[in-house]
Every structure is written in C-alpha cells, then in structure tokens.
Write a protein that binds this ligand. Structure first.
Ligand code: GLU
Length: 306
C-alpha cells in the first residue's frame, strides 16, 4: 500500500480546512506553542516510514506518556496492578473528582489523571531512581537516548496544578496512594512533560503494533497478552469521554495528549502520530482531544483503503 501518497493527500486536505480549535492554556507554557504546527508521521512494522508537515518538531506529549508509564508498571508487576485501578472507560473528563468518591479512590483506568497518578505511585515504590529509571526505559523503548523531560513544562504545570493536587489528596484519603504528595506529583508532572516529535512518537509505540516486541532489536517490552490489553485500554479509554467517538469514527487504539498529539496503533501494521496543538472547542477547558474530525479521518482513510 502506498502510505506516502495517502498521507500526503490527507495532509493537504486537512491543511486547507478552517480550524476552530484553541491551544490549551491551563498549563501556561503550552500557550507558547505556535497554533500553526501540523505534522503527521507513520512507521510500519516492516520499517517503512513517512512524515509530512512539522513531523520532526518536538512538542509536549502530555498524556500520551501515560501509555509508557502503565507499560513499565505492567511489565514489572503484571496483573497485580489491576488491584489498584480499573480497566473501564470513565465517561468523565480526564481530571474528574466525582467518580473517585463512588469508586472509593480506585481510578477507573490508567489514562485518566487519577489512574496515571496511581501508576506513578506504583512506579515510585518499585524503582530505585524513579524519574531517571523511567526516562531510561522510555529511551530504550524509543531507541533514542536523546529523549527528555521538559523542566519548563513540568514547572509550569506544577504552578497551576491545583486540580491534580486535589486528585492526589482525594485518592490518598482512600489509602490508594502510598508515597508523598511532592514525589507523586513531581513524577506525574515530569511524565507529562516528556517531549517527542511525531517521528519519535510513531517509532516509540511500534511495540504495540508488533505484539509487544521492539522492531529494531526484537526486545520483548510486554508479552502478547499484555500488549493486547494495553491496546484494548487505548481503544476504550484513550480519549477520556470521547473514547467512544474515536472508536466509532476511527476504530484504532489511540491516545491523546493536551499538547495536541495523538498516537494510534494499527496492530500488525503501523503506528501513526499526528500533531496539531489546536484542540477542539468543546474540550479546551475540560481536557485534551485533538483538533478536528479530519485527523481522525486521516487514519480512517488509511484503514478503508487498506
Ligand atoms: N498533564 C495534563 C494534566 O494533568 C495531562 C492531560 C492530557 O494530556 O490529557 O492536566
């Protein structure tokens, strides 16, 4: 299949569409990104790749990084992690507090903020130097030793992180967090501050399209069954309260970030990363989902043709 031609066409179509989205500014530093950025990169499991637009400019991957934190926790502890959090779509915004009350501090899934915080807590209890060890893991999975956190973004989120601080305290009150607030929140904000470009993103997540194995060195990151489960979680929970819509319109496991990135996986075929920092109007205040329906069509078109 000629991915290059398809993506080129989709890119040109989407570029000319009137775009009513807005950059997220609740993390002040994200407001400094140019809204005009727009890039796509695809990586296939038979080592073909193609990028267009600003696909090689780094951005804040935000909640896309939560796939990597749950991957590491799952690879260390296996099924045990599901005693601390669920595998259900939340149907609520990414930073909702209300559901935690009825669920007694057990977050619905690892992608909403509360679930990602519990995963951070698990990693803090199992890693010697959590931030450094996690970064080493990310670099290994990505096959890229230059990847890093952004201190500016992490500090900026910390300065405005009132809701996340509330979430921490709420879960702690139910006894489902062991480590101190400063440690958990610092790790969470650092995780969300990871920076990658579209090319790095699509290459990093190839293991999810390849039954848990890295393409370059055959290293098994997750076993086959764990990989299916992470993909299932992305399919059902990767876009918070818009997960159903993404599944309905696109049909691929995916994950959004409030920095405007989306990664989607076509198991046994490819991964595709799209970046456009403008988010759809409806979600600017509440959470992160990506610019317009057209990005989703970009992925859908490939599936249709494929
Ligand atoms: N760091 C963001 C927050 O906690 C992540 C949200 C997202 O990317 O969806 O608000």
């Amino acid at each position: 299949m000629n991915y290059t031609k398809i993506i080129e066409e989709v890119y040109q179509d989407v570029k000319n569409i009137d775009d009513k989205g807005h950059i997220a500014t609740y993390i002040p530093e994200l407001g400094n990104v140019s809204p005009e950025n727009f890039g796509i990169h695809i990586s296939t499991i038979d080592s073909k790749e193609f990028g267009i637009g600003t696909y090689n400019k780094k951005f804040s991957i935000q909640s896309i990084a939560k796939i990597l934190s749950v991957t590491l926790a799952y690879s260390i502890l296996g099924e045990e992690i599901w005693q601390r959090l669920g595998v259900e779509p939340s149907g609520t915004t990414f930073n909702s507090l209300v559901q935690l009350e009825t669920d007694k501090g057990i977050p619905r899934n690892p992608f909403i903020n509360s679930g990602a915080m519990v995963i951070c807590d698990i990693l803090l209890s199992h890693l010697k130097n959590p931030k450094q060890d996690f970064l080493t893991f990310v670099r290994e999975v990505a096959g890229n030793s230059t990847l890093n956190y952004s201190k500016n973004i992490a500090d900026s989120e910390k300065s405005a992180g009132f809701r996340n601080i509330a979430l921490y305290n709420f879960i702690k009150s139910f006894g489902n967090i062991k480590n101190d607030a400063s440690e958990v929140l610092d790790f969470y904000f650092s995780l969300c501050s990871l920076e990658m470009d579209c090319k790095e993103l699509s290459k990093t997540f190839l293991y999810l399209a390849n039954s848990g194995r890295q393409i370059d060195n055959n290293h098994q990151i997750l076993n086959k069954s764990q990989t299916k489960r992470i993909n299932a979680l992305m399919q059902t929970c990767g876009f918070y309260d818009e997960s159903g819509e993404f599944a309905f319109k696109v049909g691929l496991p995916g994950k959004s970030g409030v920095g405007g990135g989306i990664i989607a996986i076509h198991p046994h075929k490819y991964t595709i990363a799209v970046w456009s920092p403008k988010l759809k109007r409806k979600f600017v205040q509440s959470h992160a989902v990506f610019r317009t329906i057209y990005h989703k069509n970009a992925i859908f078109n490939i599936l249709k043709i494929g």
